[in-house]
Ligand binder design. Structure first.
Ligand SMILES: NC(=O)c1ccc[n+]([C@@H]2O[C@H](COP(=O)([O-])OP(=O)(O)OC[C@H]3O[C@@H](n4cnc5c(N)ncnc54)[C@H](O)[C@@H]3O)[C@@H](O)[C@H]2O)c1
Length: 327
């Protein structure tokens, strides 16, 4: 299990970070959440954690926080992640995602940080035929993917100099909500398919847009691998445990199954008979297909997913949406 640590979670007031904090609640670790709340929410901040409202680009506040709480482990999620916006506002993404990561690493160097976990993305791979494993040389197509790829390189580059071990986790598409009912995805601006479906599931006549039906895939729509946020949060704890005693790690975080957007929309239509489907043009920055080869995560971490079922993921996301609409 996780040894007693002082863990800083950047972006811990966000969707995925809050789920990691909830899992860490059951360990002996002290959790410090560092977030500027640009896309995060106070409601998602774990009640047992210490919260610091701050930006990862603020060197002084960040170094002081790391020193004050004697941080030995960092889980770095703070980033912008709107794929289409990244194409239009490249500099904004470079400054926040790449320069922000470099700043954080440099702040870690002046203290006792020994373990560093980074939220990367499957988008670093670019377009893939079949399942992709971690040995594949990255080929980022969009600007968001590029910022993740550059950040990965920064983390690898400084690990020897600053003597920390890292786990770079390449998330596939994350969805669903905690079974505690306390946390889930609130932010609507990213255009995540399952979040959009959840919003529409509450309407009498749901309207779903499919962006692009001329991709080179079985039905012309994009193919993705969807992982439940609770299983993803578990991978963080397992990765941390792994790097305590073993070398640094680069890992895919998905289930290894690709679903097309149309597969998912068809499933949604079975649950919501009045659904209207629109076809819109492709979104900039989207690749046609990517799904994980999961052999490494299963072998090294002995990871066994608990929510590996699309219907279960959809139900979990819809239940959460209902809850936040009421409150
Ligand atoms: N959601 C997905 O499907 C997915 C897939 C692949 C990778 N990721 C990565 O996972 C991480 C978390 O994503 P999420 O879905 O939880 O999004 P989110 O927007 O809910 O979380 C990001 C958090 O980072 C904070 N933040 C952003 N810039 C910051 C800054 N400069 N300083 C301090 N805090 C800052 C935001 O306020 C927010 O709370 C991101 O790095 C994202 O790129 C997410």
């Amino acid at each position: 299990m996780i040894k007693k640590s002082n863990i800083l979670i950047t972006g811990g007031a966000g969707y995925i970070g809050s789920h990691i904090a909830e899992k860490l609640e059951k360990t002996k670790s002290k959790v410090i959440i560092y977030d500027n709340l640009i896309t995060g929410y106070r409601r998602l901040i774990n009640k047992r954690a210490i919260f610091i409202k701050g930006d990862i680009k603020n060197k002084k506040l960040l170094s002081n926080t790391i020193k004050k709480y004697n941080i030995n482990t960092v889980i770095h999620l703070a980033a912008y992640l709107n794929v289409s916006e990244a194409e239009k506002h490249k500099k904004k993404y470079i400054v926040n995602n790449i320069n922000g990561t470099l700043n954080l690493i440099k702040c870690c160097s002046v203290s006792s940080v020994k373990y560093f976990i980074f939220s990367s993305s499957c988008s670093v791979y670019g377009n893939i035929n079949g399942a992709v494993n971690e040995k594949k040389i990255p080929n980022p197509q969009g600007h968001y993917a590029y910022t993740k790829f550059k950040s990965e390189n920064i983390i690898k580059k400084y690990s020897k100099k600053f003597k920390y071990k890292y786990a770079i986790l390449r998330y596939f598409n994350v969805a669903g909500a905690s079974s505690s009912g306390k946390i889930g995805e609130i932010q609507r601006s990213y255009g995540h398919l399952i979040k959009n479906l959840a919003i529409q599931s509450l309407k009498k006549k749901p309207i779903i847009s499919i962006f692009g039906n001329d991709y080179n895939t079985k039905d012309g729509t994009c193919i993705r691998d969807y992982i439940h946020v609770s299983d993803l949060a578990d991978i963080h704890l397992k990765s941390l445990n792994y790097i305590y005693t073993k070398p640094s790690l680069l890992l895919n975080c998905g289930y290894g199954k690709g679903y097309s957007v149309l597969d998912i929309v068809n499933l949604f239509k079975k649950m919501n008979k009045n659904t209207i489907v629109n076809y819109a043009k492709r979104r900039p920055g989207d690749v046609s297909q990517v799904y994980a080869d999961t052999k490494k995560s299963i072998k090294l971490l002995k990871w066994r997913p608990k929510y590996n079922n699309l219907k279960l993921i959809l139900k979990s996301a819809f239940k959460w949406e209902k809850k936040i609409k009421k409150s």
